[in-house]
Design a protein around this ligand. Structure first.
Ligand SMILES: NC(=O)c1ccc[n+]([C@@H]2O[C@H](COP(=O)([O-])OP(=O)(O)OC[C@H]3O[C@@H](n4cnc5c(N)ncnc54)[C@H](OP(=O)(O)O)[C@@H]3O)[C@@H](O)[C@H]2O)c1
Length: 216
């Protein structure tokens, strides 16, 4: 499979490493061609990778990933060209965070205007699934958690088939998929990211994952 990732940061690179380990081809996209971060990563990662613009990555991928600065993602999508998203599975891992007043960041967006919903409205023909936004990128691929526990990876979206494919990918990345509903549930997944951040700041430990534990 060809995976086009909009983004050149740590999140894009960590997901790309996971897709590569699973045997897929990956292109990272940026605002400008020759972005130094993706060029450096591509050089280290090897043959099945490349870097390009947002538009090139979006055209390249059968599966697309939104891994750009949360509040700038609509701009990145516009730069990529809306038609490149039509009918494709699009994983939205973004969180609309405002760091302008320092840390912790503020979450932007009320119910109905979360990033996931905003991106789905911008791309009505895309099959957007919100996921991988509630855990740090260091744990994205087959993390080793205490006690050998398999962490929960939440997802939501409107297309049942897209969610099934995403759930398979989540399992391949070493997580248990937890479907929490339609794309309107993005608001709550994006808020869950804040739970993760606030806990991490209080404990100075960014390597924790969520797990819903059933009663005995
Ligand atoms: N940090 C984590 O562990 C973590 C975990 C889960 C989810 N997330 C979310 O994942 C996303 C990516 O996070 P990150 O830390 O890897 O990177 P980031 O610093 O949030 O974003 C970097 C990417 O955003 C693009 N970008 C920045 N300003 C832009 C603008 N004005 N217009 C268009 N594109 C712009 C950059 O483009 P260039 O390539 O051109 O520089 C780059 O590709 C964020 O939404 C974040 O909240 C983060």
């Amino acid at each position: 499979m060809r995976v086009g990732i909009l983004g050149s940061g740590q999140v894009a690179q960590s997901l790309a490493n996971g897709f590569l380990a699973l045997g897929h081809e990956v292109m990272l996209g940026s605002r400008e061609p020759g972005n130094p971060a993706s060029a450096k990563w591509a050089q280290a990662a090897g043959a099945k990778v490349s870097g390009g613009t947002f538009a090139q990555a979006a055209a390249f991928g059968d599966l697309l990933v939104l891994a750009t600065l949360g509040t700038a993602t609509p701009h990145a999508i516009e730069m990529a060209g809306l038609r490149h998203f039509d009918e494709k599975l699009v994983l939205d891992v973004t969180n609309p965070l405002d760091f302008s007043h320092g840390k912790p960041p503020a979450l932007v967006g009320a119910p109905g205007s979360s990033a996931g919903e905003t991106h789905q409205r911008l791309l009505p023909k895309a099959r957007i699934v919100k996921t991988f936004n509630t855990v740090g990128n260091a744990l994205f691929f087959r993390p080793k958690l205490q006690g050998g526990v398999r962490g929960d990876m939440f997802l939501c979206g409107d297309d049942a088939g897209a969610k099934e494919r995403t759930a398979d990918l989540i399992r391949a990345f070493g997580w248990e998929p937890i479907d929490i509903g339609g794309i309107d549930a993005s608001h709550y997944l994006e808020a869950t990211c804040m739970v993760w951040i606030l806990n991490a700041m209080r404990n100075n430990d960014w390597n924790r994952a969520f797990k819903l534990v059933p009663a005995a």
